[in-house]
Design a protein around this ligand. Structure first.
Ligand SMILES: Nc1ncnc2c1ncn2[C@@H]1O[C@H](COP(=O)(O)OP(=O)(O)O)[C@@H](O)[C@H]1O
Ligand SMILES: [Mg+2]
Length: 291
């Protein structure tokens, strides 16, 4: 069990995270928040690259900093900016990393073949990575994170730069990896984790907003999401009055999906909230300034 206890992180006078309390057991956790929310900061503390300004992170009751090597032995990590060697093949690259981790060559070769099979790169095992697609590079990244068969696997924005097909394939790969392991995946894309996370963690204003199942998080907007058809002319005023989640054209008018917590109108049709709705609603201010 991994426990984040009263953790805050300051960068100089800037508070990146405040009083985070989290508990992780086995399963897939999706860390979902827009850019700049503090996902990488939290992850870097979880992998001991940086230390909390306040609080501590415990693994089975011991501070991970004190566990040192013993903790890193059970940890697999894919950084957001994953550095690799373009002129190496996946096989060469993984052999190199395995040597750094102290695996002997025979065991390393066996393990690497097995991993390349798992991430579907066997065919290109000996090809230079120079010409690989983003998805292929990310799969090499996942393979390197799995070299030591980690109990804890932490992936920081592993789907960045992947096309929808590569994303789907990535989700499949992850569900296979999640058995008897703790997996933490950060992303700012709802669909990456919506279907595979046992729990979703959302950070807002440097603090924990939700840590719950997708269903329970969606329930926070239960009875408040509606769809209705309006004329183009009303769109501007509608945008000002309600939190719009989506708008699409249909037969010369607009179908809008929106959140309203107060008074409703007769021609509004109640909709089942999705995680995307909660995401757009909770981060409406941040996402607006992103545009
Ligand atoms: N080394 C650093 N020094 C100062 N500010 C930082 C540093 N790293 C991150 N930040 C700031 O902390 C906030 C959270 O960043 P980050 O953890 O990278 O968020 P995310 O991964 O969710 O995009 C951002 O405002 C970012 O600019
Ligand atoms: Mg990040």
């Amino acid at each position: 069990m991994l426990v984040v206890k009263d953790v805050s992180k300051q960068y100089g006078s800037f508070s990146a995270l405040k009083n985070m309390n989290l508990e992780f057991s086995d399963g897939v956790y999706g860390l979902l928040a827009p850019n700049g929310a503090g996902k990488t900061t939290l992850i870097k503390m979880l992998v001991t690259l940086i230390s909390p300004s306040k609080g501590e992170i415990l693994y089975n009751g011991t501070n991970i900093v004190d566990l040192d090597e013993d903790y890193r032995d059970i940890l697999g990590y894919l950084p957001q900016q994953f550095g690799y060697y373009k002129n190496y093949s996946p096989m060469q690259y993984l052999l190199y990393l395995a040597a750094l981790k102290g695996l002997d060559k025979k065991n390393a070769l066996e393990k690497i073949s097995e991993l390349l099979e798992k991430v579907a790169l066997t065919d290109v095992a000996n090809k230079k990575m120079k010409k690989f697609s983003g998805g292929m590079i990310q799969r090499v990244g996942i393979a390197q994170a799995l070299l030591n068969d980690p109990k804890i696997l932490i992936l920081d924005e592993p789907t960045a730069g992947l096309d929808p097909k590569e994303r789907a394939r990535f989700r499949q790969l992850l569900t296979g990896l999640a058995r008897e392991r703790l997996v933490i995946i950060s992303t700012h894309i709802v669909s990456d984790i919506e279907s595979i996370a046992n729990e979703v963690i959302m950070i807002k204003n440097q603090q924990l907003l939700y840590k719950d199942s997708v269903g329970n998080i969606c329930n926070t907007l239960d009875g408040h999401v509606y769809e209705t058809s309006i004329s183009y002319e009303r769109l501007e005023s509608f945008r000002k009055q309600y939190v719009l989640l989506s708008e699409k054209q249909e037969h010369g008018s607009m179908i809008v999906r929106f959140v309203q917590k107060g008074k409703t109108e007769a021609d509004w049709i109640p909709a089942n909230p999705h995680l995307e709705d909660v995401f757009l609603y909770e981060y409406r201010d941040e996402l607006l300034t992103d545009l």
